[in-house]
Design a protein around this ligand. Structure first.
Ligand code: 1HN
Length: 345
């Protein structure tokens, strides 16, 4: 590969003349924006242990009333992207949100898509476009782009959940904004109740739903049962994984980020191929070691880590006698839609 000319090789006055006209020479920067074979990634393998994060989140509950926060969140920021940029990866934002008993996080809607993975506590709920979605450990609740959502808590103990949003991407596109709304009226019709059986869909006078997002809550009890059934049905299958899908389209649950649940058999080590999208791993149940590039993280329940794209990841179940369960979020739908998706094996 030939060396390209550097900025310092050019006369200072020439560079200044260019700059004055809002012009920049490409060749000094060409290799930086288009490196050979593998992209430059700011995303660093990063582990957030719940045991260290939780006391600080509870402290936020004492320091900042919900009225002063709207959403009481500690952001899981990747140092490679600069903490203030609030990115776990190029397209993913992660935050741990705390709601205390009787608190209320008011209704709003916004352009970024969100999901919540419930980490701890009972009695809280999210209302999404009038549909009340109870929160229990391991449940996945969608708040896709444009849908009204608010959070309430009728229980007795703190509730914590992991928010995953495509905020960094939507913000980068200069398309991120929100609108505040009034408290929602709860309407009948729960997607998780109506879509409880795979293979049949609710139908009214031979018409299927007009809702773009017919399923907003994916109860962990059902997802876990699906994984155990898969594992039992194919004892030789090493990858026991399900994708959270839109039951009407069969496509990804949301447009930009992909969501999956993975079961690791007792003692299993599973190598995930090097694919272009960045990924996030969150332990729902069990103990899992994640080997990502030159880092190895030992994760327990409620821990979260992230991996840059184009890196293979090896997950190992540290429990010899029981399965472990991992929630995965990635940037696959985005990469596929843009035509840049790669699986390098
Ligand atoms: C948001 O709307 C929520 O509704 C949580 O709980 C985190 C982070 C950035 C932008 C919007 C929520 C958010 C957010």
């Amino acid at each position: 590969m030939s060396d390209l000319g550097r900025l310092e090789d050019l006369p200072k006055q020439y560079v200044q003349d260019l700059r004055d006209l809002n012009l920049v020479p490409l060749w000094p920067s060409l290799r930086a924006v288009l490196p050979p074979k593998v992209p430059t990634r700011q995303t660093q393998p990063t582990h957030w242990a719940y045991s260290t994060l939780k006391p600080l989140l509870l402290q936020a509950g004492e320091l900042t009333p919900i009225e002063k926060a709207e959403r009481r969140v500690l952001v899981l920021a990747n140092p490679g992207h600069g903490l203030e940029n609030m990115k776990a990866s190029p397209a993913m934002y992660l935050g741990m949100q705390l709601l205390l008993p009787n608190e209320w996080a008011p209704s709003h809607r916004h352009t970024p898509n969100a999901v919540r993975m419930i980490v701890e506590g009972e009695g809280a709920y999210t209302t999404v476009n009038g549909e009340k979605c109870p929160m229990s450990r391991g449940d996945l609740i969608l708040t896709p782009t444009g849908l009204w959502h608010e959070h309430g808590h009728d229980g007795t103990d703190p509730v914590v959940w992991l928010d995953v949003l495509d905020l960094p991407l939507v913000y980068y596109m200069e398309a991120s904004y929100h609108i505040n709304g009034d408290r929602q009226t709860i309407v009948p019709g729960r997607g998780d109740v109506q879509n409880v059986r795979a293979g049949v869909a609710p139908t009214r006078m031979f018409e299927r739903t007009s809702k773009a997002y017919p399923m907003l809550r994916y109860p962990w009890a059902d997802t876990r049962a699906a994984l155990l059934a898969l594992a039992a049905d194919e004892p030789g299958q090493e990858c026991v994984q399900v994708t959270y899908i839109n039951p009407e389209t069969g496509g990804d649950a949301e447009n930009i980020l992909g969501f999956y649940a993975l079961m690791l058999r007792p003692g299993q080590s599973l190598r995930l191929p090097a694919r272009s999208p960045a990924q996030v791993f969150h332990v729902i149940e069990g103990q899992v070691e994640a080997a990502i590039a030159d880092k190895t993280f030992s994760m327990v329940e409620a821990d979260t880590c992230c991996a840059p794209g184009y890196e293979a990841v090896t997950l190992r179940n540290l429990r010899a006698d029981q399965p472990s369960f991992v929630f995965i979020a990635d940037e696959s739908p985005l990469h596929r839609k843009l035509g840049v998706y790669e699986n390098r094996g």
